[in-house]
Design a protein around this ligand. Structure first.
Ligand code: SAM
Length: 232
């Protein structure tokens, strides 16, 4: 997807970019590809792939949530997907990018210097450590390609405000959904939207889930990662 095709495609998501935002995305794409030549960060190697598989895909979250404002935590953001794209497109959204991989955090810090955004914070930590100590503060939590759904829920739900939503980006999800029923109950949350579609240019199947937190989370969550992995 060429940058001009991207601009057309996001119109169907109801998004029109200013020249300034177009420019910031262009800086981000080029810096990622340039950095990736000396430090292996992503398998994606062309501008067209960045615009489709990273930028367009990140913005599909607007199908299930209005992200114009509020506080958002992107768990396992990697090199900024979906969180940094959302921060560029929605300057009134306060975005916290969290990852436990130092190499990716260093990239994000350098990238942020180039983009000069005031609505982004970068955190180098494990999600379970961070969310244990930052409880009920975010309107949204997001994650793409980080862990199985039941694990994500325990990592992220403690940080959401009551009535806030976890916006989960997945491929085919049936089995994970079945394995998450107990965790959904333990964490008092409910799937309120499920949106399935194909990404353009045969880039894959996408399932987006919007999971609402109904009650404050018991202080025993999140548990240690080895316990989370073992059972609900
Ligand atoms: N979300 C990005 C994307 O879609 O391009 C990155 C996906 S990458 C496959 C998974 C990322 O999750 C890695 O950068 C990894 O370091 C991070 N991650 C996995 N478990 C984590 C945890 N418990 N706490 C923080 N980061 C975690």
């Amino acid at each position: 997807m060429k940058p001009n095709e991207f601009l057309d495609a996001i119109k169907s998501l109801g998004i029109t970019l200013t020249k300034e935002k177009e420019h910031l995305l262009n800086i981000y794409a080029n810096f990622l590809l340039e950095y990736n030549e000396h430090t292996n960060l992503t398998a994606i190697k062309t501008v067209e792939e960045v615009y489709l598989k990273h930028f367009y895909d990140s913005l599909t979250l607007t199908k299930i949530a209005n992200l114009e404002q509020g506080k958002l935590l992107d768990i396992g953001t990697g090199v900024g997907f979906p969180g940094l794209v959302l921060a560029i497109v929605f300057p009134n959204l306060e975005v916290t990018l969290l990852d436990s991989n130092n190499k990716k955090i260093l990239f994000l810090q350098e990238c942020l210097k180039k983009l000069n955004l005031s609505n982004v914070k970068i955190i180098y930590n494990r999600a379970e450590e961070y969310t244990k100590n930052h409880r009920e503060v975010f309107d949204y939590v997001t994650s793409r390609a980080v862990a199985e759904l039941r694990i994500l829920l325990e990592l992220g739900i403690p940080s959401l405000k009551v009535n806030g939503s976890y916006l989960v980006m997945k491929g085919i999800i049936q089995e994970e959904l079945e394995n998450s029923q107990k965790t959904l109950k333990n964490l008092s949350c409910e799937i309120i939207l499920k949106e399935e579609f194909e990404l353009p240019n045969q880039a894959g199947h996408r399932t987006l889930l919007k999971i609402k937190k109904e009650k404050p989370t018991d202080l025993k969550y999140p548990r240690r990662y080895d316990q989370i992995k073992k059972k609900a």
